[in-house]
Design a protein around this ligand. Structure first.
Ligand code: FES
Length: 154
């Protein structure tokens, strides 16, 4: 009797696993996450897994192309998550997660660079690469496309 109960419980957990993941992604997209700083502090592993791009946000209108200076950058959100947009050359827009790969502070747009206010890391706005530590990993890129005069997620 106990065995069958244990089995059904495991099955439920296994089924719940994938459902919970989907639910978490949906919640992440809807959550009013205004403070992603000072989280769990379990940043021991390197940030190789990167930011999970909220795929639900594909097609979201992110910004006006004209709002991003050529050679400069701005902050925005995609799916409620902070991102950084840059326009290295006219009509070419790139986007990156604004979550610092050092300790997850929110990185700010600063012209041709992105600057983290917490410990001074600086990233190249055109590539997301680290220009100055302590961050070691680049900011993960986020897919965006230019459609007419708008920047669209995905
Ligand atoms: S959290 Fe960005 S430099 Fe430390």
């Amino acid at each position: 009797m106990d065995d069958s109960r244990e089995l059904s419980r495991r099955t439920a957990l296994a089924l719940g696993g994938s459902g919970a993941l989907g639910g978490a992604l949906i919640l992440a997209g809807c959550a009013p996450s205004d403070s992603a700083v000072d989280g769990g502090g379990d940043s021991g592993g390197d940030a190789g897994s990167g930011a999970s791009t909220p795929t639900d946000a594909a097609g979201e209108d992110v910004a006006a192309l004209a709002d991003i200076p050529v050679g400069g950058s701005i902050g925005a959100t995609i799916g409620g998550e902070p991102v950084l947009l840059a326009q290295p050359t006219a009509g070419e827009v790139v986007a990156f997660s604004a979550i610092c790969t050092h300790q997850r502070c929110t990185v700010a747009a600063a012209g041709a660079s992105f600057e983290c206010p917490c410990h001074g890391s600086v990233f190249d706005a055109a590539t997301g690469e680290v220009e100055q530590g302590p961050a070691l990993e680049p900011l993960p890129s986020v897919p965006v496309t230019v459609e007419g005069d708008r920047v669209i997620a995905g």
